[in-house]
Every structure is written in structure tokens, then in C-alpha cells.
Design a protein around this ligand. Sequence first.
Ligand SMILES: O=C(O)[C@@H](CO)OP(=O)(O)O
Length: 247
Amino acid sequence: MTYTLILLRHGNSDWNQKNLFTGWVDVRLSDQGVTEAKRAGELLAASGLKPTILYTSVLTRAIQTANLALETADRLWIPVKRSWRLNERHYGSLQGLDKAETLATYGEEKFMTWRRSFDVPPPELEDDAEYSQVHDERYAGIDGEIPRTESLKIVIDRMLPYWESDIIPSLKNGDTVLVTAHGNSLRALIKHLDGISDDAIAELNVPTGIPLVYELDDNFVPTKPAVYLDPEAAAAGAAAVAAQGKK
Ligand SMILES: O=C(O)[C@@H](CO)OP(=O)(O)O
């Protein structure tokens, strides 16, 4: 028995376009992101893959992306589950800062440690800061504290319980699962699925808006390398993410 899992990072957002650290700030898709999301739906339809359940974060850019992709693929009707556990990594006090300015101010080593180290979170965001989420009603019911910052390790620790409790049961049920989430929450899931080391994960970047398809075995381990439905665009998109800040 094999299981099909499709991962999709949201399309380019307004803040991706402006080159700002985003994290839990609830920005919307840019026009480019809308186009990317529709194209993701075209790629899904052309591949013959038919998602039967959708998982998203509770951030608008992921929800918009999923809706546009599924509408394009004529599957807007499938059941949906959303969880904050699929949210982007909380970027702490970097949320809202310009990536190029941050790089220039703090230097490459610190910038890359904050962006891509496994377990060093950026400084915490103050509760009264403009881009804090502590009073956001969508997080009123979350178990435990709302994060003030997160490392990739912390994202893995809050995302994996949901993978186990909800997404794996859907796969076991025979569903073709579409997970629409974020650069760093998907890096967390890919690290787990592909068994990538804490060091090597620094090099992995996820492009916006291109479905990544896994075939998993009975132990939910990939039977072969996952495939982007547009490999060329995915490689170019991942390189663009890696270069953020340097322009
Ligand atoms: O700003 C963010 O929230 C993320 C994703 O857009 O950026 P980065 O790729 O720098 O982790």
C-alpha cells in the first residue's frame, strides 16, 4: 500500500514581494501569487492527481492559495482542516523587517543563523509590538502559549504532533492529502519525511506555488524522491528564495 501526499507552499505574498520577514503576520497573496496559485491548480489537474482532503495553516495566504488551486482543478468542494500547527515559523522581532536591511545591519552570519539555523530563534517579539499575534482571536483556543519567536526545531516540535494525529490518519484512510502551508513549516515536514540532518536542512528552500508530490510507504517513509510538478520552475523558485536579502 502506498499513500499520496502533496505539499504546496503558498504563492508569492505582498511581503515576499516587498522582501519583508513575514512569519505569523497575516499578509495576502500578491498578484503574482494569485497567478502562481492558479498555475498550481493547473499542474495538479494536468498530473491527474485528485486531492480528496485539504490541510492548511490558519494564515490567509495559504488558504487563498489552496482555494485558487483547488478551484482551478475543479475540486473546491473537498473537505478542509486548518491548524495553526501548519503556520509559518514565527519570526520573532524580525517580523516586518526588510531582509536586505537586516542583512546589511547584522551581517551574513547572524542573518543566516536567524533564517536557516536549526535551533537558534530570532529575538522574541514584544507583546505590544505592531506585528504581534498575542491578541489575534484565531489563536484564542490554542493549547499552550502563543509563540513570540520560533526556530525550525520549535516548528517541528509543534507541527509533528498534528502530522501524527490528523494528517497520517487521513493518509491511512486512503485520502490523497493536499497540505498548503509555508516555506518553513514545509521545510520542517520535508526534513522529517526525507530524514534530512539538522545541518543539511539549512540548504533546503521551498519555492512558492509549485506542488511537491510524495509517495509514502506503510511507515509513511517516501518510496522514492518527491517530485515537483514543474521541476524547472521549482529549481528557479528555490534559488530565488535562497537569494532573498541579497538584492
Ligand atoms: O519571511 C518569512 O516568513 C519566510 C517565508 O517567506 O522567509 P524566509 O524564507 O526568509 O524564512
